[in-house]
Design a protein around this ligand. Structure first.
Ligand code: NDP
Length: 398
């Protein structure tokens, strides 16, 4: 059906590559490119399919990307490098005529700022080039938006309250580690909180609002309101939403480590001089923390991510609706060699590219996932390892 180029061979790239290889009827040719080619080669070896090609690329460099795209002529690029590379990869897609998909919005390196404005600004150029760009197609953002679109399409006349709830009920046995790229993760969870209410953004101190929420098969976990990028597109695409929040669970140990890391300046993103060399503290910290890709082996427990929605149903009655997926770290690891946080991101990225190649999510322009038909995507979630469950008129606790 089509040729895919995966950029990035970290935790998420590992899962994307495995899942793409498991769907050879859709992905007829596969190339994996990253900064460190040996990681791509190791991945191909682990998958055991020597037809998959590998390449070295610096995705900060548009010319290098264009040369890579022209050599391999992919139909779509799955960008699972870092958010810093989103714009250079989008620029190269426009130059070489390649479609685009990612799992995280662009972030400038020098400022932890999460918004779609930079990528939405490419809309007209992608439209004019006849190319599709699918933004934020991991789990959250990603499936969280597809779940919301599915709820709006099938159950709600008016969605009023949306709470995205993200629990990692797993234990990796390390004192402190992040589940995906530490630099990106720490930037995200140490920022101020923010949620949408009555037509405006309400800002909070980091981790200021919290309460215990109950997660299926996991139990009660303290959950914290933080800003997450899909809130921006969801309140725009579903204007009936009066309040939209994002909750994530953190253990006390994790928060204590995080506080110390901040207090001693190790989360700083500005360069400092050390022994005559310029270093960025958070990048140095990444180098000494456990590699998220190595956490899988002894990871026990599950993740549980879903949407809790309240509003008015198609018959005009009040409805509460909870849709979620639980994913086991151990099963993810046994299937792909990566833990559930990478798995829940990589599987939807593969499905998004599949939707594009099947012509179901193909529309020139720049789009967030909730702007496409959720039904074929939801069907694939059940088939590709992320089954979902629904609860009608239960207690949302919110
Ligand atoms: P990793 O750090 O494990 O992997 C990143 C990969 O990108 C590495 O292979 C790295 O290469 C490569 N890379 C980094 N910079 C460049 C560059 N300039 N050129 C080429 N390759 C580069 O990250 P994860 O796999 O954990 O995360 C990948 C993406 O997924 C991130 O954008 C993250 O924000 C997103 N994500 C999204 C989620 C969602 O639900 N939507 C959840 C979790 C993550 P090297 O090995 O040489 O460092």
């Amino acid at each position: 059906m089509g040729k895919v180029l995966i950029i990035g061979a970290g935790g998420v790239g590992t899962v994307v590559a495995h899942k793409v290889a498991m769907n050879p009827d859709v992905f007829t040719e596969v190339v994996i490119a990253s900064r460190t080619k040996s990681k791509c080669d190791a991945l191909v070896k682990a998958i055991g399919n020597d037809k998959i090609k590998t390449a070295q690329v610096d995705a900060d460099n548009v010319d290098e990307l264009v040369a890579l795209f022209e050599e391999h002529r992919p139909d779509i690029v799955i960008n699972v490098a870092l958010p810093y590379q989103d714009l250079t990869i989008m620029d190269a897609c426009l130059k070489a005529g390649v479609n685009y998909l990612d799992t995280a919005n662009y972030e400038p390196k020098e400022e932890a700022k999460f918004e779609y404005s930079w990528q939405w600004a490419y809309k007209q150029r992608f439209e004019e080039a006849g190319l599709t760009a699918i933004l934020g197609c991991g789990f959250d953002p990603g499936v969280s938006g597809v779940f919301t679109a599915y709820a709006a399409k099938h159950y709600f006349n008016e969605m009023q309250y949306l709470d995205i709830v993200d629990c990692n009920g797993g234990d990796h046995g390390k004192a402190f580690a992040t589940n995906f790229n530490p630099e990106i993760n720490i930037r995200e969870v140490t920022q101020k909180g923010k949620y949408w209410e009555n037509g405006e953004w309400v800002e909070t101190e980091p981790h200021e609002i919290h309460k215990p929420l109950t997660y299926p098969n996991i139990g009660e976990r303290e959950s914290y309101v933080l800003y997450h990028e899909e809130l921006e597109s969801l309140v725009k695409n579903f204007p009936s939403i009066k309040r939209a929040r994002f909750w994530m669970t953190f253990g006390q140990e994790y928060l204590t480590h995080l506080r110390v890391i901040q207090n001693i300046g190790m989360s700083r993103i500005d360069p400092i001089m050390y022994n005559g060399v310029e270093i960025v503290p958070i990048q140095f910290l990444k180098a000494v923390l456990p590699d998220p890709g190595s956490l899988g082996e002894n990871y026990e427990g599950e993740t549980s991510i879903g949407c809790r929605i309240k509003g008015v149903d198609k018959e005009g009655k009040e409805l509460t609706y909870y849709i979620y997926n639980n994913c086991s770290h151990r099963e993810s690891y046994n299937e792909t060699g990566a833990q559930a946080v990478s798995y829940t991101t990589g599987v939807p990225a593969m499905i998004g590219a599949m939707m594009f190649l099947k012509g179901l999510w193909k529309r020139p322009g720049v789009w967030n996932v909730e702007e496409f038909n959720p039904d074929p995507f939801m069907e694939q979630l059940n088939k590709q390892g992320l089954p979902w469950h629904e609860v009608f008129n239960g207690d949302l606790e919110l």
